[in-house]
Design a protein around this ligand. Sequence first.
Ligand code: M6R
Length: 366
Amino acid sequence: EKGGFDHFMLKEIYEQPNAISDTFRGRMLPEKGIIRMAGVDNNIERISNAKRIIIVACGTSWHAGLVAEYIFEELARIPVEVEYASEFRYRNPIISEKDVVIAISQSGETADTMAAIQLAREKGAFVFGVCNVVGSSISRETHAGAYTHAGPEIGVASTKAFTTQITVLTLMALKLAKHMGTISNSDFQMHLQELERIPDKVQKALNSDEHIRKIADIYKDATNCLYLGRGFNFPVALEGALKLKEISYIHAEGYPAAEMKHGPIALIDEQMPVVVIATRKGYYEKVVSNIQEIKSRKGKIIAIVTDGDTEVRELADHVIEVPETMESMSPLLTTIPLQLLSYHIAVMLGKNVDQPRNLAKSVTVE
Ligand code: M6R
């Protein structure tokens, strides 16, 4: 049932090229210049007239929401807020009929997300669900939705659900942008073409597995780890840190790279591994200067870079390459090495990768 892999998590990491293409297949029609998503098509006016979009979710799904915030604001120019469902539901949030709430949940059963949806509905918002499990409670409680087609995710650590959530939300943002005229036809086509190339690029990112395993071996005994990224890759830093925490029990923090100097930089010494997402687009030069700050404090730098990068290679202790892509799609690639890094560290430490202590696959109690 693990298809020859030692763990479900590894199997699911490797399923991502297919899971992503299953998620966009049939929805993207580049020759017609359209994206077809019934849940969006049937409510296109309601959604595109939203004064703002509020995304509610927990854990990894919340991280996908943060990536979506950057994507929606860039492409569709609709203001987006991303909220932890647990916070949203208890703070008497200001919501009106003009708001659209997007609830993201792999399982479709997360109690806090479910309660946030009910609250948003009571206040008259239109609620759109992005779930993986077909027929789940959340998919039934929402006005409309779009499924991720990731297939069953068994490992407690979410992997392919995350990348397929980003895929669905990218499609949705592109579709809205097209409808609202905030994207040109040629730009729209370019995005579709690039999304079609992503599964192959994810496959290439997976080819670094052995190299990543060697890096894992060097850092497996670390007690802390910092993850840094900017822009679209800031949420990826959070996600990388969550993956390491939950399966290897090593304390990790994700931060926007520029925030480092406002506190976390005090933690850096020669014992501290710092994983930095430093792909060529996205404030590259700024990230390079963040890397220099770490280096001058003797932190160990593991950098995720674009294929062929030379500048960061000179500064970093280790580099892991991912293929070049558009900035908005880079999280789909930069996430892969972070998943593999935490996987290998957890295996080397002898942890129960698929069922980490104290955690359940779906959190159905608040
Ligand atoms: O099923 P959901 O997407 O609603 O679950 C949300 C979180 O519980 C989940 O993403 C959790 O953080 C994962 N274990 C992270 O790997």
